[in-house]
Design a protein around this ligand. Sequence first.
Ligand code: ATP
Ligand code: MG
Length: 286
Amino acid sequence: MVNRSEFMIEARELAYYYPGEEKNSFPALSGINLAVSRGEYLALIGPNGSGKTTLLKLFNALLAPCEGEVLVEGISTVDENKIAEVRRYCGMIFQNPDNQLVATTVEEDIAFGLENMALPSAEIQNKVIAVAHLLGLEHLLHQPPHLLSGGEKQRVAIAGVLAMQPHCILMDEPTAMLDFTGRRDVIETVRGLNRDQGIAVIHVTHFPEEAVYADRIIILNQGRLVMQGPPEIVLSDVSLLHSLGLQGPAAVELAALLREDGFDLPPQLIHCRELVHSLCSLERKS
Ligand SMILES: Nc1ncnc2c1ncn2[C@@H]1O[C@H](COP(=O)(O)OP(=O)(O)OP(=O)(O)O)[C@@H](O)[C@H]1O
Ligand SMILES: [Mg+2]
């Protein structure tokens, strides 16, 4: 029974210290207040060590808050009796799919979480086939996962999470090990699930081009939330991004250089296509 709280996930005054971290100058996370709406696509960016992975683990009940609380569908992640429920609502995809794929065939891998729920085998079979169909994996069902490409493996990992009918998919740099095509396939798959099925997504990425399509971007730095807003606002703030050691999308970086050279471009250009249109219209005016 879903507790229909207003938000899918809520973090209130959340802090987390790893054991022995008292010696560090800052905790892994502190003072985090964040509410994620149903169906929202949130991109989480920030430099190495800023607390992104730690935050996802707190949302997935892999870690318990040291201060404050995390509510998933209104359920506290420290409620021992409901941890399985929290993990079912918030499925997690890791950077390296090899760490997530455990079975001898793709079919068994997708079924893994469902088997743990002790569902009847006909129901498991139906769910696996439906998910494989949705993600275009039917032709791979009898393959051993280790023979797949990186992008295919990551889509199998997503299928395993999807079979559990999550309300939110947490992704920790899911494309870091993939080439351009693999990255595009995984991102299109997840954007499709968000758009068509209303599944919320929290996507940790070091690729600014992957963050441009989010509904909202959050920046973490030294365990604190330093900025949040729509992509046009957050990703076009090139001085903030550079001060944190981050890069903007290609269009933002190029537009900043063009402005330095006197081109009168509108603010908040984050897509290459918008930049090209703006440059062409300047050209035509002159
Ligand atoms: N298992 C651990 N034990 C002790 N400290 C840890 C552990 N995992 C992370 N930390 C520390 O917690 C802080 C936040 O780490 P976290 O992995 O959440 O950062 P991140 O933003 O995901 O970084 P990256 O971009 O490198 O993946 C860092 O200072 C890190 O050194
Ligand atoms: Mg990380």
